[in-house]
Design a protein around this ligand. Structure first.
Ligand code: SAM
Ligand code: SF4
Length: 336
């Protein structure tokens, strides 16, 4: 549902009245890592190249989104930096009238050489996944090399982004002992750190109850040794994290408790564009709206706009993760 107020600025609202102005754009389903919670072991069923939207198609969608009131874009994947020419796409997105902020979520393995070109192209913020600092633990979870990630983080810090944040997915028994080292790393480099609860968003066996570590439990543990001061309504981004200041360590931490926070969806302000051209209004609901026929056939901008409007009107009020939700696509295909 779209509403035009009396001001000339259009805002998009969904069927429940939430204002939706944040589009996460997945530019590839491919990745150079293999996170246990994201990609099934041995997965290689990548989309064919012609199934994936070209940059020109992504830009057409983004231009319509901006006209409908979307102000914030986040480029993600898969791993967005495995797709060639990502800085060129960012530069084009930054030229779209009305766009206020462009961010990227990345595993940072390729950021060492790309941080500066991305910043120069107009990327404002970067969220970097860092599930562990101990090389063997990092490798066990992601299959990758933590040293490449650290180089990427340092490059991002030097490139002058407005914000660089760290994301850590909580996995019981696997990276619990990494929480403290990552916290100290974040404090040392003055980076905010967000803890993310495991979500059943992918087709991997490890997304089971026994690996689930609730954000509240981590908060409690941190509060045993430190003072957690809520930062209230302060928002350090456009996402759903609740932020606190850990006073002794001196670091800002966020908690993304999609499963345990019963109010998680109330302020949801985003929808997703998958790499293969589908609007996904909710990560935890199967509904998708295919833009490819409009992009590659008849209809043009009007048809794209109509599909956006339908996706917004039918955006579910909340996710189904607590209802024995069974994912049907892997996370990289949807876009994180
Ligand atoms: N490759 C980039 C990265 O890892 O940052 C971007 C894509 S990734 C799918 C986006 C985010 O989703 C990452 O922070 C990742 O940790 C998170 N993620 C992936 N699978 C998840 C799961 N099952 N539960 C919670 N978070 C997940
Ligand atoms: Fe790749 Fe990111 Fe998924 Fe890890 S979380 S497998 S880095 S897309």
């Amino acid at each position: 549902m779209l509403s035009t107020c009396h001001t000339p600025v259009m805002t998009a609202t969904d069927g429940t009245g939430r204002s939706v102005d944040y589009l996460r754009i997945s530019i590839t389903d491919r990745c150079n890592e293999r996170c246990l919670y994201c990609m099934p072991e041995g997965f290689a069923d990548w989309k064919e190249r012609d199934e994936i939207l070209s940059f020109e198609e992504i830009l057409r969608v983004a231009r319509v989104a901006a006209k409908l009131g979307f102000r914030k874009f986040r480029v993600t994947g898969g791993e967005p930096l495995v797709r060639k020419s990502a800085p060129e796409l960012i530069a084009e997105l930054a030229r779209i009238p009305g766009v206020e902020s462009i961010g990227m979520t990345t595993n940072a393995t390729r950021l060492a050489s790309l941080a500066r070109p991305l910043r120069e192209a107009g990327l404002k913020t970067v969220n970097i996944s860092l599930d562990a600092l101990t090389p063997s633990v990092y490798r066990r979870i992601t299959g990758g090399d933590v040293n490449a990630v650290l180089e990427g983080i340092y490059a991002a810090m030097n490139a002058g982004f407005e914000k660089v944040k760290l994301n850590m997915v909580l996995i019981r028994g696997m990276n619990e002992n990494e929480i403290r080292p990552v916290l100290h790393f974040a404090a040392e480099h003055r980076l905010a750190l967000r803890f993310i609860e495991l979500m059943p968003v992918s087709l991997t066996e490890m997304l089971s109850e026994k690996n689930f570590l609730p954000a509240g439990e981590v908060m409690q543990r941190l509060a045993e040794h430190d003072t957690l001061t809520p930062l209230g309504e302060v928002r350090l981004g456009h996402g759903p994290a609740k932020y606190y200041r850990l006073e002794k360590i001196g670091v800002t931490v966020g908690f993304i408790g999609a499963i345990t926070n019963l109010h998680f969806c109330e302020a949801c302000n985003k929808i997703r564009l998958t790499a293969d051209g589908k609007i996904r209004p909710c990560l935890g609901n199967h509904g998708e709206y295919d833009l490819k026929p409009a992009l590659r056939g008849e209809g043009g901008e009007a048809a794209i706009r109509e599909i956006f409007q339908q996706a917004l009107a039918e955006k579910p009020p909340e996710h189904l993760f607590r209802e024995n939700y069974q994912p049907s696509r892997i996370m990289t295909a949807i876009g994180g």
